[in-house]
Ligand binder design. Structure first.
Ligand SMILES: O=P(O)(O)OC[C@@]1(O)O[C@H](CO)[C@@H](O)[C@@H]1O
Ligand SMILES: [Mn+2]
Length: 441
């Protein structure tokens, strides 16, 4: 029987406990048991319902391929529901090898790597990677974006919100030489934060109107940590490169708020270059791929609303003249937390070291930033980074998974008393800034 000899255990850093569906009262368990099968079922419904239009787009031969994918999706759903091992992915690409080596490594430690027993982050990322593989292995559907219809529908539900926001942003731009720059940027940070509530994987593909996301005064009470001032100081500090990186999350209204925030920073000449990091494959239903990013610019440029049209034209120009750049890297759709970036994607880590601020959007990025661990909520974000700090970082995240750090003592308990599912619905937000590692990391 092992004895715990060191009684001076620092309770802030619990044993190496990853979030996992192994723990039946966790959100991970609810996700693997209920939400992931629903997401697969909804995709099956979408493919079946849109079969004719897909065949029209990809040719008669895609009918057979579609049937094959539908069969594989149904089989995969059964694998998840019956807690089967994660099977190896096909291919020798770098990211496929990363997945397969990770699955093998966990199997050596866990006996076998199954959907419920393994690390939640691995199981959930694997699902989206496995779904992509089903299409990649066909002859005709390799480039089909099977989440496009959901992303488009969500975009169309947010038109009125984007038009409202456009008027506010154009007003700031038109008066940027005389307006209160700090107040403008602090306001845009909060509008950007609440844009993260629009996420189809948490709403299970249900396209909910983004609600009252502009009444940010009323939403202030739900921001549990607000480092906006520190972020503002980092933004106005002229760093040698004046490069800002933003790691995007969801398309639709959220990416529109990202574009608006980045336009404001560009207008105030706070960034010589802004790099937008998008996903390489369809991801967590609503995450932005390069084509979604470009489509959003085109939609804005061509729309009837003069304010949004003006912004779309500006953004297209920024992209054309190199002030803005879209970047894709396979690591953003890998299953590892970011502390492993320097090991598995040293080129990406190196690129981020050039930045004066790296902005991480959303919940999944938060889980990866802080290592998918069941931390004490009062643990400092710097410590939870576990050594990942290529540059000054900030996170704009609505809380949709049961991991949180950087709270004051008692805050989590109060939220739990208010609503025991407070970590699952995106009702609470965090604006957190990390600029140095604690000495002991
Ligand atoms: O990164 P996002 O879009 O803010 O959220 C992604 C997400 O919906 O997926 C997981 C639940 O399945 C959670 O981590 C999170 O809620
Ligand atoms: Mn997302």
């Amino acid at each position: 029987m092992c004895e715990c000899t060191d009684m001076s255990l620092d309770m802030k850093t619990p044993r190496n406990i990853y979030l996992s569906a192994f723990y039946k009262r966790s959100f991970a368990y609810h996700t693997v048991k209920n939400r992931m099968p629903v997401i697969i079922t909804q995709l099956l419904d979408t493919l079946t319902r849109n079969k004719d239009s897909i065949v029209a787009e990809f040719g008669e031969n895609s009918r057979e391929d579609l049937k094959q994918v539908i069969g594989e999706l149904s089989k995969f759903k059964y694998e998840v529901q019956t807690n089967k091992p994660l099977t190896k992915l096909v291919g020798e690409e770098t990211d496929v090898r990363i997945y397969n080596d990770y699955i093998a490594k966990q199997a050596s430690e866990e006996g076998e790597t199954t959907h419920f027993n393994t690390i939640w982050l691995l199981a959930e990322c694997y699902m989206y990677k496995r779904i992509k593989e089903m299409f990649t292995l066909t002859a005709t559907l390799k480039d089909f974006d099977y989440f496009k219809s959901s992303k488009t529908e969500q975009y169309n539900q947010s038109i009125h919100l984007m038009d409202n926001l456009s008027q506010l942003v154009v007003d700031i731009i038109d008066n940027h030489e005389t307006c209160d720059r700090k107040q403008a940027i602090l306001k845009m940070l909060k509008l950007n934060l609440w844009g993260n509530k629009c996420d189809l994987s948490i709403s299970l593909g249900k396209v909910e109107g983004p609600g009252q996301l502009h009444d940010i005064k009323a939403l202030d009470q739900f921001i549990l940590a607000d480092d906006s001032e520190k972020i503002y100081q980092a933004l106005i500090t002229n760093d040698n490169n004046n490069i800002i990186d933003i790691v995007l999350d969801n398309s639709g209204y959220e990416v529109f708020t990202d574009l608006c925030l980045m336009d404001i920073l560009t207008t105030f000449s706070l960034a010589k270059k802004i790099r937008f990091h998008v996903k390489a494959i369809p991801w967590f239903i609503s995450d932005v791929m390069e084509k979604d990013f470009l489509w959003t610019l085109q939609q804005s440029k061509d729309c009837k609303n003069s304010y949004r049209q003006q912004l779309g034209s500006r953004w297209t120009e920024y992209l054309a003249n190199g002030q803005w750049q879209v970047m894709v890297h396979h690591f953003w759709t890998c299953p590892y937390e970011f502390k492993f970036m320097s090991q598995f994607a040293p080129d990406l880590y190196e690129l981020l070291t050039e930045s004066k601020l790296v902005i991480f959007k959303g919940d999944l990025n938060y889980r990866k930033l802080f290592g998918e661990k069941n931390w004490d909520p009062t643990l400092s974000p710097e410590e939870a980074l576990q050594g990942f700090l290529p540059a000054k970082l900030c996170t704009l995240r609505t809380i949709k998974a049961d991991i949180v750090v950087g709270l004051k003592p008692g805050q989590a308990e109060i939220c739990h008393k208010t609503d025991e599912k407070w970590m699952e619905k995106g009702d609470y937000g965090l604006i957190q800034f990390m600029s140095k590692l604690p000495k002991n990391v």
